[in-house]
Design a protein around this ligand. Sequence first.
Ligand SMILES: NC(=O)c1ccc[n+]([C@@H]2O[C@H](COP(=O)([O-])OP(=O)(O)OC[C@H]3O[C@@H](n4cnc5c(N)ncnc54)[C@H](OP(=O)(O)O)[C@@H]3O)[C@@H](O)[C@H]2O)c1
Length: 265
Amino acid sequence: VVDARTPLFGIVAHPIAHLRAPEIFNAYLAERGIDGVMVAFDVAPADLAAMLEAARRMRNLRGFCVSNPHKETILPLLDRATDAARRVGAVNIVRREADGTLTGTQGDGEGFATGLEAAGHAIAGRRIFMAGAGGAAAGIGFALAARGARTLAIHNRTAARAEALAARIRASFPACEVRAAGPEAGGHDIVVNATSAGLDPSDPLPCDLSRLAPPAVAAEVIMRPRETRFLREAAARGCAVHHGEAMAAAQMGLIAAFTGAVPAG
Ligand SMILES: NC(=O)c1ccc[n+]([C@@H]2O[C@H](COP(=O)([O-])OP(=O)(O)OC[C@H]3O[C@@H](n4cnc5c(N)ncnc54)[C@H](OP(=O)(O)O)[C@@H]3O)[C@@H](O)[C@H]2O)c1
């Protein structure tokens, strides 16, 4: 039961109706018998600084997730951020420290990489193609390079964003061969859709899958629909698929550990 001693977790976004984190995180806590409840905070961009100031003063608030449109703009408003968050330039998990100060980290990429490896798809040494250069793609690209991807080809509808992201990742991880690329996804071990193309059934494919072949694996970030056109086309070519829900599921443990809901480890 939720009572006066229940630790409070949140997710701040605008709008909030589509968010899945509250149900997934509350189920995660319930399954493990951990006390706590997550609710969504609907906060407009202009009110974010005021909301953070209130959060610093809410003693039973353990922490909160951060979703669009706040992931980047929150960074300079926090008291501190992890190296991963600074590298990526975005925060999606915040911990409220005992003194009220707020520490941010970046779990999107970690969640994606952890989920992929947990499903048996190694990252180290692999040739990876990623469609997308937005917020999720940035977190994922840095995490893949950090885990030893051999090459990372980044394709984006707006090519300049792919070039800028590739340059930033290369600067942090020179051992990974990172480059901006065209739409051809064939010839890679892992192909990632890190765009929002596929949320709507009428969306175009984010890349060209016509030469994709086993043993390549296609990995998705979109959770709804579960079977995007990207995954269906890859499966039709005989490739293994990795669903978007794995990224969210893997993040639950990160959120719990970072905010202290469960002991880190
Ligand atoms: N599973 C999870 O746990 C999880 C976590 C976070 C995010 N996500 C999902 O990740 C997706 C991306 O989120 P985000 O925060 O990165 O969004 P974002 O910052 O707005 O970036 C959107 C990306 O998608 C591309 N894109 C959008 N529409 C496209 C189209 N019709 N054709 C080709 N490319 C298109 C954009 O290309 P341009 O640069 O050309 O605009 C950009 O690269 C969303 O679907 C979100 O739900 C999932």
